[in-house]
Ligand binder design. Sequence first.
Ligand SMILES: O=P(O)(O)OP(=O)(O)OP(=O)(O)OC[C@H]1O[C@@H](n2cnc3c(O)ncnc32)[C@H](O)[C@@H]1O
Ligand SMILES: [Mg+2]
Length: 175
Amino acid sequence: MNIFIGTTNKAKTKAVQTISRIYYPDASFINKEVESLVFAQPMSNEETRQGAINRAKQLMELPNSDDLFGIGLEGGVQEIEGSLYICNWGALVANNGEVFTATGAGIPLPNEIAVQLRTGAELGPVMDVYTNRKGIRHDEGAIGVFTNGLITRSMMFEHIMYLLIGQYELSKKLL
Ligand SMILES: O=P(O)(O)OP(=O)(O)OP(=O)(O)OC[C@H]1O[C@@H](n2cnc3c(O)ncnc32)[C@H](O)[C@@H]1O
Ligand SMILES: [Mg+2]
């Protein structure tokens, strides 16, 4: 049973593996870099959701009977009343082509980060400069930095994984 993961990002991969293993202990994981087909820094809920779906669909273009599903996870931001909120989406594409989607936690970014994103910067590199560290996006992420480490990027995507697998398992029961 193969589970495809549409990224090599460590925080996302950890989330997919941790939650999938609870329900599918025999699963094998295959990471594949796929294009989100949206801008590198999605600037709306809709665009972020579409990026997640695009990634998952490409993973399942030629499924075989041993494939369980493909997972696309995408991070972005959305503007709400003058603040830029982190937004996160996940998509699960099942072997039969059915698509399940879910959204995750969101918090506002400080204005000094938001102004940089509005002029075209990507959150990943901006966070590295802000924290004077490298690869925050593979680790606790912006959400970890701005929640004092309480919710890491991987925990946030774990929640999305529960929402995706829950909907997928329910759909199998209803068949
Ligand atoms: O390799 P992929 O899967 O693309 O992983 P990524 O870290 O680039 O993640 P996304 O493309 O989904 O995220 C879009 C942009 O936002 C950045 N980003 C998103 N969430 C972040 C977070 O919590 N902390 C730091 N950067 C984040 C990310 O680096 C990208 O510039
Ligand atoms: Mg990216």
